[in-house]
Design a protein around this ligand. Structure first.
Ligand SMILES: CC(C)(COP(=O)(O)OP(=O)(O)OC[C@H]1O[C@@H](n2cnc3c(N)ncnc32)[C@H](O)[C@@H]1OP(=O)(O)O)[C@@H](O)C(=O)NCCC(=O)NCCS
Length: 212
């Protein structure tokens, strides 16, 4: 199912958990993304624990990201990158969760996925060629309320039920919260890939690989 817009309401599961909305990203989300990714309580941690977010992060980076998403929506591509919102579907963005097609080139860039395939951490399922990689981050002020688990669980459901895709999740060895989120979202721990060069400015890092 392709579609230019998409809203998913995840109601509170108990009084202590917030209701969540997953929607398409919007050009008007730039300030929220910029503020979170440059906030001392969120930005450095998100940079340290993810592989693709530019550092330092500029408002221009946010505009570029959102324009890319808007172009995909305009082309009627399926929405696979969602804004996370509290307090209604038009409320400010507080996080992002996305699914991106995994590149299965074993001779490729030596990234975590190709290394995992080459080393047998990921095996025949991925050789079938149908997988997406999950990624997410949330505002650091909102951690520990179950939001990460719920957005990842919904993204895994979308991948499996609506896209008929298996899901790969990778997190750095030290990212215990994300490892827990990936496991609770229904993925299975497959093993560790050691010494991956994730960003040019970093030394090699170890990644835990999940799939399901
Ligand atoms: C990863 C992230 C999304 C988690 O979001 P969250 O809303 O705090 O996650 P949840 O509240 O749903 O669950 C976190 C789980 O990790 C556990 N956890 C948190 N910190 C932990 C730690 N230091 N050691 C062990 N477990 C930890 C929590 O106890 C909880 O598990 P439980 O429900 O079994 O008790 C959030 O921390 C984040 O945005 N981090 C920066 C970006 C990032 O790491 N992205 C993922 C890249 S792979």
């Amino acid at each position: 199912m392709a579609g230019t817009t998409r809203t998913i309401h995840l109601p509170s599961t108990r009084p202590t958990t917030p209701a969540l909305w997953l929607t398409e990203t919007r050009l008007t989300d730039a300030d929220s993304i910029f503020n979170i990714l440059t906030c001392p309580n969120s930005g450095p941690k998100i940079y340290r624990l993810t592989g693709t977010i530019p550092n330092p992060y500029s408002l221009e980076n946010a505009h570029t990201f959102l324009q890319t998403m808007a172009d995909r929506h305009a082309a009627n591509e399926r929405v696979t990158t969602f804004a996370v919102r509290l307090d209604g579907e038009t409320s400010p963005l507080v996080g992002v969760v996305g699914l991106r097609t995994v590149v299965l080139d074993l001779q490729g860039e030596g990234g975590a996925i190709s290394r995992a395939v080459a080393e047998g951490v990921l095996t025949r399922e991925i050789d079938g060629g149908k997988a997406v990689e999950i990624g997410y981050w949330i505002d650091g002020d909102l951690e520990g309320k179950g939001i990460g688990t719920r957005i990842a669980t919904e993204a895994v459901r979308i991948a499996r039920e609506e896209m008929n895709m298996q899901v790969v999740g990778c997190c750095f060895e030290e990212n215990a919260a994300s490892a827990r989120v990936l496991a609770k979202s229904g993925l299975e721990y497959r093993g560790m890939v050691q010494g991956v060069k994730v960003r040019p400015e970093w030394g090699p890092r170890n990644l835990r690989v999940f799939m399901g």
